[in-house]
Design a protein around this ligand. Structure first.
Ligand code: CP
Length: 325
């Protein structure tokens, strides 16, 4: 693996999930692989889980880790080409990424969308420039359109909680209300990974959202899509709860309809479904406290599995680096 930006960077989902679960069973099985290698984690936005789990994964592999909170501690970045930098930006991404590439062997980058210009966000311009100019392998810690470490984690969690070899689990992605306009990165990515998992025979996948919240088609090909939460919940085995803002009316909120919030009553329609959320979650707005605190919630186990997703990806990239050297 040379980079980790989307599901397209993975050859076989089930092999990568197997490897992550093997690492979970034996965290230090490859502890010398990253010796004398440095991971740089660059954040342009806040993080709890991604920051800590990726650091822990790197430490399990014997790597050194440097963290840069670029939004607070770095120079203001210019990403446009051909502009005279006589405004507020101080350093161009061409130099900044190239310099970080001199200090590190692998870089992770988190960069959220601005949610103002869809074409700009979906071009992933900043991320692609960072990959180009750093000249070393880059891992997405969440980009404008995707959050692949989260999605790999989610697939790992589904695999370890599903014991029935006779049938595939019914997995649903359920839109939830929120008062802030949130990116589509997590649901895009979850959908992209679940569509691929469905194609590989691992799950059956349905998306439920109110009208006006359709995700971009490139992420949802193969999914069943409905505007009825109750219809989707029927016989569901896993419910992945997440808010996102409109893709069509880009970055806008059309509805904060509380009837889309999953609570214990709604959950009874399912096949005793396990409930997932990437976190952070707004209690009793996005997801009811009685679900979060109940036995069907997987959110803490899911967050714990972020370590094994990151470790499996870092291990693959380190192996590639060693084979190339
Ligand atoms: N789920 C997730 O990526 O959490 P953080 O934003 O806290 O890293």
């Amino acid at each position: 693996m040379k980079q980790f930006f989307s599901v397209a960077d993975v050859d076989s989902l089930s092999r990568l999930v197997d490897e992550a679960l093997q690492l979970k069973g034996n965290p230090f099985m490859a502890e010398y692989l990253g010796k004398r290698k440095t991971l740089g984690l660059v954040f342009l936005n806040p993080s709890l889980r991604t920051r800590l789990s990726t650091q822990k994964a790197a430490l399990h592999l014997g790597m050194d880790v440097m963290v840069m909170n670029m939004d607070k501690e770095g120079w203001a970045l210019e990403t446009r080409d051909g502009v005279i930098m006589d405004g507020t930006t101080v350093e161009h991404i061409r130099e900044a990424a190239a310099v970080m590439g001199q200090y590190c062997d692998i870089l992770g980058l988190r960069s959220f969308p601005k949610l103002q210009d869809r074409d700009e966000d979906y071009s992933e311009d900043l991320f692609r420039k960072f990959m180009t100019y750093s000249k070393i392998p880059v891992i997405s810690l969440e980009s404008a359109t995707r959050h692949p470490l989260q999605s790999l984690t989610d697939l790992i969690t589904i695999r370890e909680c599903w014991q029935d070899a006779e049938r595939r689990p019914k997995v649903i992605l359920a839109w939830a209300p929120h008062i802030k306009a949130l990116p589509q990165a997590v649901p895009n990515s979850f959908s992209e990974w679940m569509c691929r998992a469905q194609a590989e025979g691992m799950v059956d996948f349905t998306i439920a959202h109110p009208n006006g919240y359709a995700l971009a088609e490139e992420f949802t090909r193969g999914a069943t899509v409905t505007s009825s939460l109750d219809e989707a919940l029927h016989d569901a085995d896993f419910v992945y709860v997440k808010n996102w803002s409109s893709y069509e009316d880009y970055g806008k909120i059309h509805s904060v309809d509380g009837r889309w919030m999953l609570d214990i009553q709604r959950l009874t329609q399912t096949n005793q479904a396990k409930v997932m959320h990437c976190l952070p979650v707004r209690r009793d707005l996005e997801l009811a406290s009685d679900v979060l605190d109940g036995p069907q919630s997987l959110v803490i186990q899911e967050a714990g599995n972020r370590v094994w997703a990151a470790q499996a990806v870092l291990k693959r990239i380190l192996e590639q680096l060693l084979s190339a050297s």
